[in-house]
Design a protein around this ligand. Structure first.
Ligand code: S3P
Length: 432
């Protein structure tokens, strides 16, 4: 099936299971009393690495047809694995599980691939050493993480200065085996799936928010109950198809069973602001998460937008695909405050800028703000895309074929397996 500037996106689409929720449900079911069942778990490599990690830490997990069955071990009783735990490409996996291990009296080494081995870990480990865990990092910054957890962790109050759900969730997971009250203050724009899941599992957690911050209080005086959980569709994966549909007047796409947690759908608001015709139906709350269907029926071309820094965490993983959308929208789009993009699976800010230039789009970086000079002319394309094995850069610049005269060249597409192994299969199903 060719995919190029003549393609329209049409059909009914079921996005794969949400990655953030898949990691968390494996970890929390792994600490719950009794048997949990998980449906629609994302089959991406990142999540499978978290699953393997939980098994190495003593949790029994079995696959039975379309479900995973998890027999939890109570907080504080993780096993000490004989070997290092390999998280592959996954920042979420390594950071969350560092938190979990930090309050268990075991010694573990956590490693990752070449990209993960260059990502900052001190943002998490600095918090975990305060409870008494002993941690060594390569060059005092990067994985491997050599971690000696502590069985009687000190309950503390944390003030998190970087808007990051991974940092917050690592601390929350360390609190599962911490006696006393743990308090966290963080930016309310970060995703709140760990909180929602803990609520659903009967844990003692209180959350309150004001206009800027979220305040979390946890006490480990109630058991974590087992759960039957169906993972909703991943908005970050669906974003490629939703954006592609908005890009092309004449596209008609129905997206079923997609997670619409407000901390995850900033990109939908941005696309609407640019003229995307997106309607939401069948809203329901399942385990404290909003799940719905959406319909895109694009009639008009898009116009430019300005994204404020404070809204970036609400669409942090969708900036690469939004930059493609902005390239084909009339006017200059400005995405402000993209510093966190420089420490993702690659330096995404740099790669977006370089690849846009290579396909024929002008963009400028001013400090951490990105200016994209968009118009409705087809771009030259025919560029060799530099993706440094970053799945989201690769998928975004594959979608860029829709706005190029000549298709771009993408060598080694294997990294899509980390978050979206079915990406190319889905592309062929929804284009005509
Ligand atoms: C994630 C949080 C985000 C996001 C990542 C998944 C999570 O990272 O970019 O893809 O599941 O908690 P940060 O928390 O570092 O912003």
């Amino acid at each position: 099936m060719p995919f190029n500037n003549k393609s329209l996106i049409r059909g009914t689409y079921f996005p794969p299971g949400d990655k953030s929720i898949s990691h968390r449900i494996l970890i929390l079911a792994g600490q719950a009393i009794g048997k949990s069942e998980i449906f629609n778990l994302l089959q991406g490599e990142d999540v499978i690495n978290t699953l393997k990690a939980m098994k190495l830490l003593g949790v029994q997990i079995k696959k039975k047809k379309d479900k995973y069955i998890v027999f939890g071990v109570p907080p504080g009783s993780l096993f000490e694995p004989r070997e290092a735990i390999d998280f592959g490409n996954s920042g979420t996996g390594i950071r969350l599980i560092s938190g979990l291990i930090s309050s268990n009296n075991i010694k573990v080494t956590l490693v990752g691939d070449a990209s993960l081995s260059k990502r900052p870990m001190k943002r998490v480990t600095d918090h975990l050493t305060k409870i008494g865990a002993k941690i060594e990092l390569k060059k005092n910054l990067f994985p491997p993480i050599k971690l000696k957890g502590i069985g009687n962790a000190v309950p503390l109050s944390y003030n998190i200065s970087i808007p990051s759900a991974q940092i917050k969730s690592a601390i929350m997971l360390s609190a599962l085996n911490t006696n006393g009250k743990v308090k966290i203050k963080e930016f309310k724009t970060t995703r709140d799936h760990t909180e929602n899941m803990l609520y659903s599992m009967g844990y003692n957690i209180k959350v309150r928010e004001n206009s800027l911050y979220r305040f979390i209080e946890m006490r480990n005086n109630k058991d974590l109950k087992s759960i039957k959980y169906t993972v909703p569709g991943d908005p970050s994966s669906a974003a490629f198809f939703i954006s592609a549909a908005c890009l092309k007047p004449g596209s008609k796409l129905i997206v079923k069973n997609i997670l619409l947690n407000r901390t995850r759908i900033g990109f939908i608001n941005t696309l609407r602001d640019m003229g995307g015709n997106i309607n939401i139906t069948n809203r329901k709350k399942i385990h404290n998460e909003l799940v719905a269907d959406i319909k895109i029926e694009q009639k008009n071309n898009l116009c430019s937008t300005t994204l404020k820094s404070k809204d970036v965490p609400l669409q942090i993983d969708e900036i690469p695909i939004l930059s493609i959308v902005a390239s084909f929208a009339d006017g200059v789009s400005i995405f402000r405050g993209l510093k966190e993009l420089t420490v993702k699976e690659s330096n995404r800010l740099k790669l977006i800028h370089q690849n846009l230039k290579m396909i024929g789009v002008k963009s400028v970086i001013k400090k951490y703000d990105l200016y994209i000079y968009g118009n409705r002319n087809l771009k030259n394309g025919a560029a060799i895309i530099r993706h440094n094995n970053d799945h989201r850069i690769l998928m975004s610049f594959f979608i860029a074929n829709m706005i190029c005269k000549k298709n771009n060249i993408i060598k080694d597409k294997s990294c899509v397996k980390t978050s979206y192994p079915m990406f190319f299969k889905h592309i062929s199903q929804f284009t005509n």
